[in-house]
Design a binder for this molecule. Sequence first.
Ligand code: NCD
Length: 307
Amino acid sequence: MSSQLSFNHLINSNQFSHEDIFLLTDTALKLKQDDKLYQKLLSNKILATLFFEPSTRTRFSFESAMLKLGGNYINLEQGDTSSISKGERLEDMGKIISAYADIIVMRHPQKGSVEQFATYADVPVINGGDGPHEHPSQSLTDLTTILENKKRLSELNIGFFGDLKYARTTNSLIKLLTTFKDNHFTFISSKELRINDTLRVFLKDKNQHFLEHNSLEDVIADLDILYVTRTQLERTKKETISTISPITINSLKAAKKELIILHPLPRVTELDTSVDSHPSAKYFEQANNGLYLRMALLKNLLSDTKT
Ligand code: NCD
């Protein structure tokens, strides 16, 4: 493989270098200007999307990205129409699907499952989310949106709001942002949904300064970015968690004019629709950027093919 990227499989956010990040985000923003730039690049290439958990944005944006690059896709949704429902092992599936597709995106409820699957696959595998663990292509989408709006990935004051314990999107993005200089983290959540111990230890080991609050009001004025996530009810017991007040347009009164609000979506109740018309709301743009970032990923991971 002659890809310029430093990885073949995209599994965890700690895999990519800053060169990888800038190559992918630059390509994504170029494709946003002109999505026909590489319209025949991946003709004859096939993407397989294997989603064992629900998805709208991640699956559709990968499938759409492949079509826009001239390729095609085959898919399988939540295992119910496949041999997984007959008890087929993921390992066997890794080998088999590699014969049918040139690249695979997989989402699975278990931490580490996509990494394990990738060891049996002969083609690049992208982690589309493994349980509460990682979602690296979403983090690259987030970084694209931050760069587009802030022109930098360092010296940022970033607030993370909502479920910080089980959300894989925040888990991946926080780790990545620690690799850039002078970023400050503020975690806003109910006490049951504070950052998990693994992330806490990671941040302490890296001497990263962070604050924890249970009210957005106390900290909103200091933030450059507010990243919101829904409560991951599929990974926790609803009755065991208390929630904090949802964000409404009134929560933003003291915010900086340049604040940007991101959310990987879907949203449930944590972010009121009254915020959608606020100039800081960038989450629909972020979802849109997911398409271009995934085009950039497919282009670069399959770049030993004709150019
Ligand atoms: C997220 C996910 O699946 O982790 N969505 C996404 O991929 N854009 C967020 C979520 O489900 O809360």
